[in-house]
Ligand binder design. Structure first.
Ligand SMILES: C[S@@+](CC[C@H](N)C(=O)[O-])C[C@H]1O[C@@H](n2cnc3c(N)ncnc32)[C@H](O)[C@@H]1O
Length: 471
């Protein structure tokens, strides 16, 4: 039973195209559980399996190619496939970004694209953007709160793409970048009313004052980041709030201040997505109500920068002292693990080597001078007398398929994630992938008489496996 805040109850009848009673009734129903499968990893490691062979899937999410509703909520924490990045647990409405990205892909330029996810943690929508990238493209995934940045980093390592930079910056930092972005996603921090059904805590935290404060912040975010968008580039604006102040009014502000063009998306009627318009400019926007579809509250609009506008690059103090130094690496290519790929280069940061899209090394230099960088590319490991593969390499989408591997059952896999060493003394010395249903989970090294577990200590699964968990 969801007890909606008193002030919110008064607001419901004012929401665009709302059916008040159906809306209230839907809030007494349980929220559906949904996941998005990793398109590359499933194709690579489980092409002979259907999703229902490994997960309790019921039906597809209509607007997301790899999205599925589940019959029940499994204990994701005890599913090795979750740790392998085989899927991302994601609220269904927010997967609509996948549909928008398909539209963007059709009209994008063919040159290497630069994308920004401005408010990225915990990373759900960054994983969608990554699924739509070409090997030469780059995604800058940004988050201002340090603890959330850590979760973002972990989730993106699991997703396994090398076309990634992590930054920790306020929007205006990106204004000084000379190249501009082809696509920017602003999935803004919001008052969270769209999550009332899924997360009761949101009901307790919500106030009408928080709506007002969020609206101000959202207006700053979109107007601050707009100059960094290329002419013809798209800004996707989304929230999980029902409030017009955080949704339509923010879109209207951007149109008034920046002459943004709102794009109309052709959406099948049967999906239940409400297509409405903003009060001031009559711009098309999209609302998700839980009584009309299987998903939580969500709002989205796509704004295009007119071709005659420019990238309004602001001058900035370029950093004298670099926090993030890197150099391009020509040696130590970890050939044994990865197919040689013309698109991917190697860079070095401290002792570690990272895969990084070669077409964007200049972008990285420019970013490093202007924006606080936290990670660039995908760590493949370090060379210290011998090649020591990094955990991220085991989860990388381009990993070779014929590497030596030790396949574990569920119990063994969970024990591996708890940092126990598998019992496999017969292995000849060397590095091995640990796999579950063929999906890589991490590394072990056999040193003849012993197996060393290389699962990262910081990621160790600390939960106690319940008694009688395994049949
Ligand atoms: C709605 S959440 C993003 C969810 C994420 N896009 C996803 O799909 O997993 C909004 C995020 O914006 C972050 N944030 C807050 N203030 C910000 C700012 N000034 N600039 C960028 N991000 C900010 C919050 O910490 C939060 O992680």
């Amino acid at each position: 039973m969801t007890n909606l805040p008193e002030d919110f109850l008064k607001l419901i009848p004012t929401l665009p195209d709302v059916n008040v009673q159906a809306f209230l009734d839907a809030h007494q129903q349980p929220a559906p559980v949904s996941i998005r499968l990793h398109p590359v990893k499933w194709k690579k490691w489980a092409s002979d399996k259907r999703p229902e062979d490994l997960l309790p899937v019921s039906s597809p999410v209509p607007w997301a190619q790899h999205g599925f509703y589940l019959r029940e909520r499994p204990s994701f924490m005890f599913d090795p496939l979750f740790y392998a990045g085989a899927y991302y647990v994601q609220e269904a409405s927010s997967m609509f970004v996948d549909f928008v990205m398909k539209k963007w892909t059709v009209q994008r330029r063919s040159t290497p694209a630069l994308l920004l996810d401005l408010c990225a943690a915990p990373g759900g929508k960054s994983t969608i953007l990554l699924d739509h990238l070409q090997p030469d493209d780059l995604l800058v995934s940004n988050e201002t709160i340090p603890q959330r940045l850590q979760i973002l980093q972990e989730n993106l390592i699991r997703w396994g793409y090398p076309q990634i930079v992590l930054t920790q910056a306020e929007a205006h930092y990106f204004q000084s970048l000379p190249m501009g972005f082809d696509l920017i996603l602003v999935d803004a921090p919001c008052s969270g009313s769209g999550m009332f059904r899924k997360d009761r805590q949101m009901c307790r935290l919500w106030t009408s004052g928080s709506v007002w404060a969020c609206s101000k912040k959202q207006q700053h975010l979109v107007t601050d980041i707009w100059p960094a968008l290329k002419p013809g580039g798209w800004l996707i604006y989304s929230t999980c709030s029902f409030s017009v102040e955080e949704d339509e009014q923010v879109v209207d502000t951007l149109i008034t201040q920046a002459q943004a063009e709102a794009l109309h998306l052709q959406i099948p009627d049967g999906w239940g997505i409400v297509q409405t318009v903003t009060p001031q400019h009559r711009a098309p926007v999209y609302r998700f109500y839980p009584d009309r579809l299987e998903g939580e509250g969500f709002f989205l609009a796509v704004l295009r920068k007119p071709d005659h506008q420019t990238i309004q690059s602001r001058s900035a103090f370029l950093k004298k002292q670099q926090i993030f130094e890197f150099e391009e690496l020509k040696t130590h290519w970890p050939e044994a693990y990865l197919p040689k790929d013309a698109h991917v280069g190697l860079i070095r940061h401290r002792e570690q080597a990272y895969l990084f899209p070669a077409a964007h090394t200049h972008t990285l230099h420019e970013l490093a001078r202007r924006v606080p960088l936290r990670q660039a590319g995908l760590c493949v490991g370090k060379f210290n007398k011998e090649w020591i593969p990094d955990h991220a390499l085991s989860l990388q989408i381009g990993l070779r398929e014929n590497l030596p591997a030790l396949e574990l059952d569920r119990e063994q896999a969970l024990r591996y994630l708890q940092k126990h060493s598998p019992d496999a003394n017969q292995l000849t010395p060397g590095w091995y992938l640990v796999t579950y249903h063929r999906f890589p989970l991490g590394w072990i090294k056999s040193i003849g008489h012993r197996i060393n577990n290389y699962y990262p200590a910081a990621w160790k699964m600390n939960r106690t496996i319940p008694e009688n968990f395994f049949p």
